[in-house]
Design a protein around this ligand. Structure first.
Ligand code: NAD
Ligand code: WQD
Length: 338
């Protein structure tokens, strides 16, 4: 299959591009490198021995997208491109709406024009907000609590409307829980700019001595050890979920939503312990106030993806910590070291 991957130079996109190439698919990546480096794609090529085509462009750029579709004739699209920092989205909401919604409009127009009828979209467990109780099932009420999350909830609704209007379309919305880990080679991984917002990259930088200690955001939640519980899913499992969704969309039409999670909650302190074992170092931490907007627990009911996609998460949190540490140790400054 020929797959056009937006945001394919990024964290999840690069791991998925690798999995697609390994499975024999042809890939064209469209990425503006606003939060990534082309080095990720060079490394993917060196790991697979075959490269993805690359177009450096914003997905909102109609002319660039038109040319990409005309020259590549994709059978399907995976749409990763988007801005994703929750805190930043409250500061510059218009940028989030413009980039995330705008890129989706341009992409859907190009798909219609060029007769491409399959799309997999990167949504997020953040759409469950505070409306529902975990484990979250796909038809639970949604209610995002910040501009970033609202872009995901809005795009889901837009995709459902477009699918209803164009019966030939097959749409797969994947709600990721908390992606962590790196490819086992240690050659590609998550490369956040500045101070990491997310737990795993922060812990990895403490383990490697780049930061002094972890701030644990609250230990008075109604959870087993009082710290926040999340459903951490290995990025390699996540990538496999995209291939399973693409295969499913060859056999069904219409609009579909699947959770991609493990179903298992893991606390902040359990992550700290797992990382200490993986890295063989102590992770100093200090418990501080809760982070505004955080929920106590978030984890998936992954039954639907298991039943309909034949996919399930296989790699453990311990494995993800070991893989993250391998990536972090070999690339202390991410792709900037290349
Ligand atoms: P990432 O920032 O590493 O990757 C996104 C990529 O898209 C980057 O390479 C960036 O340069 C590119 N990009 C952004 N806007 C663009 C645009 N308008 N045109 C072209 N390229 C653009 O992020 P990621 O963690 O790989 O996330 C991928 C997708 O998954 C995003 O849509 C994100 O919202 C979603 N998601 C991520 C997480 C997570 O915790 N990482 C969880 C749930 C959902
Ligand atoms: C995990 C746990 C924190 C950092 C975010 C987005 C979500 C999705 C995934 C895109 C929580 C605790 C964290 C730290 C800590 N992204 N923590 N100290 O908040 O579940 O989800 O990323 O869609 O939309 O909101 O992930 O990694 O930030 O936090 O104690 O320095 O770690 O309180 O319990 P979160 P996270």
């Amino acid at each position: 299959m020929r797959v056009l991957v937006t945001g394919g130079a990024g964290y999840i996109g690069s791991h998925t591009t690798l999995a697609l190439l390994e499975s024999g698919h042809d890939v064209l990546v469209v990425d503006d490198l606003s939060n990534s480096s082309e080095e990720s794609l060079r490394r993917v090529a060196s790991l697979v021995g075959r490269e993805a085509r690359f177009v450096e462009a914003n997905v909102r750029d109609e002319a660039a997208l038109d040319e990409a579709f005309a020259s590549f004739s994709p059978d399907a699209v995976i749409h990763f491109a988007g801005w994703k920092a929750v805190g930043e989205s409250t500061q510059i909401p218009l940028t989030y709406y413009r980039e995330n919604l705008g890129s989706t409009f341009t992409l859907l127009d190009a798909m219609a024009k060029h007769g491409c009828n399959r799309i997999v979209f990167s949504s997020s467990a953040t759409v469950y907000g505070e409306e529902s109780e975990p484990p979250f099932v796909e038809d639970a009420p949604t209610g995002a609590t910040n501009p970033y999350g609202r872009t995901k909830a809005m795009i889901e609704e837009i995709l459902a409307d477009v699918a209803a209007a164009r019966p030939e379309l097959a749409v797969g919305v994947l709600r990721y829980f908390n992606p962590i880990g790196a490819h086992a080679s240690g050659r590609i991984g998550e490369d956040p700019k500045g101070i990491p917002n997310n737990l795993l990259p922060f812990v990895a930088q403490v383990a490697s001595g780049r930061r002094d200690k972890l701030m644990v955001f609250g230990d008075d939640y109604d959870t087993a050890d009082g710290t926040g519980e999340r459903d951490y899913i290995h990025v390699v499992d996540l990538a496999a979920g995209h291939l399973a969704a693409l295969a499913k969309l060859e056999t069904v039409e219409g609009y579909h939503v699947w959770n991609l999670g493990t179903g298992n909650p893991t606390s902040v302190l359990q992550i700290v312990r797992a990382f200490e074992v993986a890295a063989g170092v102590e992770i100093p931490y200090e418990v501080v106030a809760r982070r505004p907007g955080d929920v106590a627990a978030s984890f998936a009911d992954p039954t639907k993806a298991q039943a309909e996609l034949g996919w399930r998460a296989e790699l453990s949190v311990e494995q993800a910590c070991a893989d993250t540490y391998r990536w972090q140790s070999a690339n202390p400054n991410g792709y900037a070291d290349a």
